[in-house]
Design a protein around this ligand. Structure first.
Ligand code: GH3
Ligand code: MG
Ligand code: MG
Length: 248
């Protein structure tokens, strides 16, 4: 529930205690000598306007006060949520960034039900990307990065985590995904890029990608180790000719 509503209701509740407090203080003034029922009847008959006025007046004022206070808290919380998303998003591709990847992995790790559930990581790097920038310009390079991010998003499952690791390197964390399945996903990304043509002023440009895949099972899975292994596999893919998937 929004804080503005919660605080308004709280204010209304607190405000309505004012007539009750006044009633109890007045009862104490007569040393609690008359019975509660009798004192209430007496007070109500004589001063019901005073009590009604207090009930409505203070409750409404407190409810308004609560509403505006809660409204400010709502605005701050929604701004904080927006800032958190922005701090974890890569503005160029719309994918998560390095920080997001780290957070998402740990969130995913805590959710894992069984110790034997495998988790895979793909480290992907565009081939000869510097040359692409040098030949066609940086804006075209940016467009290639956006296309690649789109290909990744289209290929992975909804629960998978994708992020731009930095520059032209991207990482996917695939929860509950074994080695064979991870290779299939990696191959799909690699093939899609290989068969995809991005045009520069009507000139078709071919871009390929190398992928390193690593899989760990159960409690042994560790973010830094998984990424390190995928990076090692990526290095082997580059060394053995690029446009390849290598799995460790
Ligand atoms: P390799 O096949 O070994 O990966 O070669 P490479 O040229 O892709 O790798 P290298 O690390 O030499 O170059 C990466 C290039 O990526 C250099 C840098 O200009 C480019 N790059 C990094 N970030 C961006 C970006 O945000 N936009 C563009 N257009 N280029 C970027
Ligand atoms: Mg590269
Ligand atoms: Mg690189």
């Amino acid at each position: 529930m929004k804080k503005s509503i919660t605080f308004a209701l709280l204010g209304f509740g607190l405000g309505s205690c004012a007539p009750l407090g006044a009633f109890l203080l007045l009862w104490r003034q007569v040393q609690f000598t008359s019975a509660l029922n009798d004192f209430f009847t007496l007070e109500w008959n004589q001063y019901h306007f005073f009590y009604e006025y207090m009930l409505v007046g203070t409750s409404v004022v407190f409810a308004f006060f609560g509403y505006f206070l809660g409204n400010d808290v709502d605005k701050i919380q929604s701004k904080n949520r927006r800032l958190l998303v922005e701090s974890q998003t890569d503005p160029l591709t719309g994918l998560g960034n390095h920080r997001y990847l780290h957070e998402a992995f740990h969130h995913q790790y805590q959710k894992r039900k069984s110790d034997s559930e495998p988790i895979s990581c793909l480290m992907m790097d565009l081939d000869f990307f510097k040359k692409v920038n040098d030949t066609f310009g940086h804006p075209f390079g940016d467009e290639v990065l956006r296309v690649f991010a789109h290909v990744i998003k289209k290929t992975i499952r909804p629960g998978d985590i994708a992020a731009r690791y930095g520059g032209e390197e991207f990482v996917c964390i695939l929860p509950n995904c074994n080695k064979g399945e991870a290779i299939k996903v990696a191959e799909r990304v690699r093939e899609t890029m290989e068969n995809h043509t991005i045009s520069f002023k009507k000139t078709p440009v071919k871009i390929t990608v190398s992928v390193g895949a690593a899989t760990e099972a159960g409690i042994s899975a560790n973010y830094h180790e998984l990424v390190r292994l995928a990076d090692k596999a990526l290095y082997q893919a580059k060394e053995s000719g690029r446009n390849k998937v290598v799995s460790i």
